[in-house]
Design a protein around this ligand. Structure first.
Ligand SMILES: [Zn+2]
Ligand SMILES: [Zn+2]
Length: 165
């Protein structure tokens, strides 16, 4: 059996960020973020409205200066989740579907993120400059396979047991 489709650790956590992005509620941008330290997932986030507020996909975006301002970005929501649960993300890697905006980059730097892994650019921001200036390693990978290969026919022992009955 070939292992060629087995994701690397970086691809694995990027795919988790892609999965988180499926929860995004703004049609202008779907973004996911996962904080990881020692291969341990500390927090996840996606861009979405404040708790109790309407979703862009239901009521339309709230656009100011060509940006939708209704949602907190994925990075901020992951930071917020860590804060609520008292999780220290200092020294962690941030896996993000898109390169941060300037504001999120500043928040992650201040929170002690040391490495950022992305596969997509988000242009016209100072994020890369700020990350670099603060010594945060930026790794840009090709987008991982968008499919999740849950092959129950081939790998489920329960299925095989049922067949063998
Ligand atoms: Zn929106
Ligand atoms: Zn942002």
């Amino acid at each position: 059996m070939s292992n060629s489709s087995r994701p690397s650790w970086d691809e694995y956590f990027l795919k988790l960020a892609m999965l988180a992005s499926e929860r995004s509620t703004c049609p202008r941008m779907h973004c996911g973020c996962v904080f990881v330290k020692d291969r341990f997932v500390l927090a996840t986030g996606y861009n979405g409205s404040l708790p109790g507020h309407p979703h862009c996909e239901d009521v339309g975006c709230l656009v100011v200066d060509n940006h939708c301002v209704r949602t907190n970005h994925a990075e901020i929501n992951a930071l917020t989740q860590a804060a609520i649960h008292g999780v220290n993300i200092k020294g962690a890697t941030a896996y993000i579907t898109n390169m941060s905006c300037t504001t999120c980059a500043k928040a992650l730097i201040a929170a002690g993120i040391v490495r950022v892994v992305v596969f997509s650019d988000f242009h016209d921001t100072l994020a890369t400059q700020f990350y670099t200036q603060s010594g945060v390693e930026i790794v840009k990978l090709p987008m991982p396979d968008r499919m999740i290969k849950y092959d129950i026919e081939s790998y489920s022992s329960a299925k095989k047991t049922e067949k063998s009955k």
